[in-house]
Design a protein. Structure first.
Length: 51
């Protein structure tokens, strides 16, 4: 399954296209990355985020 909902990096509009129709900027996926409790590097990411 491919995620279709995307978000503009400049104006934060949601769209289904690769480029925003409002400001013509590139869009990124609006979905978060998958979470795995077995992630070996989670400790390092959390330390970087909250330190």
């Amino acid at each position: 399954m491919r995620f279709q909902l995307r978000r503009c990096t400049k104006c934060f509009q949601y769209t289904l296209k690769e480029k925003c129709s409002k400001c013509n900027e590139q869009t990124i996926s609006a979905h978060p990355a998958k979470f795995s409790p077995d992630d070996k590097y989670m400790r390092y990411r959390l330390a970087e985020r909250y330190s």
